[in-house]
Design a protein around this ligand. Structure first.
Ligand code: ZN
Length: 332
């Protein structure tokens, strides 16, 4: 950790002194104000990187370790990932065992008092979904519920402000702006999912990443693989999903950008052999966002894309270019 307690203390004292001018203060990295060195922040998955970037604004250089399309459940950190995290002023990760191969290292750093923070610490414990099928018993896919992701954004603001109190007011303002936008996004998703006729309101995907989305927006979910992708779907799983699709006349299933679609293809073929006309409705962003630099490559764009695609594919009402007309291609 580059920050020393004396520097943090100096920042805290400055905040307490009303009218304290920036001139005698120091930046969190110990540089005199004016030659302000930005905080170096490293994040894991892109959903976390996005909210950290928005809240940190100009005061930090934020980079992510996992790019689009990378599956966090099975991602093994490289030596360079570990070294980037060790050199950073702060590290943010999702937690709840999403980053299965990274989390032990992060937790042990945290126990040593290093600045590693799980954004999901901001979520009240009774809101976390549990599952008997994963070792940790927790479902990590909390970003599927925008209101829970808002709690994670507040956690980011809290941690940034603790480490860099000199800019706490900016972090609070950036966070308030983001939370307002997320609140509106949450209303949009609620509205378009509710427009799907009740009998068709079932979301079938490659792996079980939509449990929170299901609970928040009242849509049933079914998946070929469990909460982690760290295991192959068995024949039993495939067969029971085929039966479910055929019996319930489900017309559409969805692939996921970060998950191999082999097992889902087997389910579709099985259902078609039994006379079902099930089709692929499109690709959802479950555990990673769209391409960097695009609207779909932001948390808001990712959720807009998913909700709009799900609603329109299952017979609901949603604008073909999504919430604010920003989706790159019209959703059929
Ligand atoms: Zn997942």
């Amino acid at each position: 950790m580059k920050l020393h307690s004396s520097v943090l203390y100096a920042g805290a004292v400055c905040l307490l002194l009303i009218g304290c001018s920036p001139a005698p203060s120091t930046s969190p990295s110990g540089q005199p104000a004016g030659t302000d060195k930005r905080l170096q922040v490293v994040c894991t998955v892109s959903m976390v990187t996005d909210i950290v970037q928005q809240i940190a604004g100009e005061h930090a250089e934020v980079s992510g370790l996992l790019n689009e399309g990378v599956d966090p459940h099975v991602y093994v950190p490289t030596t360079s990932d570990t070294s980037r995290a060790m050199k950073a002023d702060l590290v943010f990760y999702c937690g709840l065992h999403l980053e299965g191969k990274m989390v032990d290292g992060y937790e042990s750093q945290r126990k040593k008092g290093k600045p590693y923070f799980a954004v999901t610490d901001g979520i009240p414990h009774d809101k976390i979904l549990t599952s008997d099928l994963v070792a940790t018993a927790h479902d990590p896919h909390v970003w599927g519920d925008v209101q829970l992701w808002m709690s994670c954004a507040s956690e980011v603001e809290k941690r940034l402000s603790e480490v860099d109190p000199a800019h706490a007011a900016d972090y609070a303002a950036n966070s308030a702006r983001l939370l307002e936008e997320l609140k509106q996004l949450d209303s949009y998703i609620r509205e378009v999912i509710a427009s799907i006729p009740e009998p068709q309101r079932t979301l079938v995907t490659a792996h079980d990443a939509f449990g929170y989305f299901s609970r928040a927006y009242s849509i049933r979910v079914k998946a070929v693989q469990g909460i982690s992708t760290d295991s192959e779907a068995g024949m039993k799983d495939v067969n029971s999903l085929v039966t479910f699709l055929v019996e319930n006349k489900i017309p559409t299933v969805f692939v996921e950008a970060s998950v191999n679609e082999k097992d889902l293809r087997a389910v579709i073929e099985g259902a078609q052999q039994q006379g079902s006309n099930v089709q692929i409705g499109g690709t959802l962003y479950s555990d990673s966002m769209g391409p960097k630099g695009t609207y779909e490559g932001t948390y808001i764009g990712m959720q807009d894309h998913n909700a709009t695609l799900i609603a329109r594919s299952l017979g609901g009402q949603a604008p073909e270019r999504g919430w604010k007309g920003k989706l790159k291609a019209p959703v059929r």
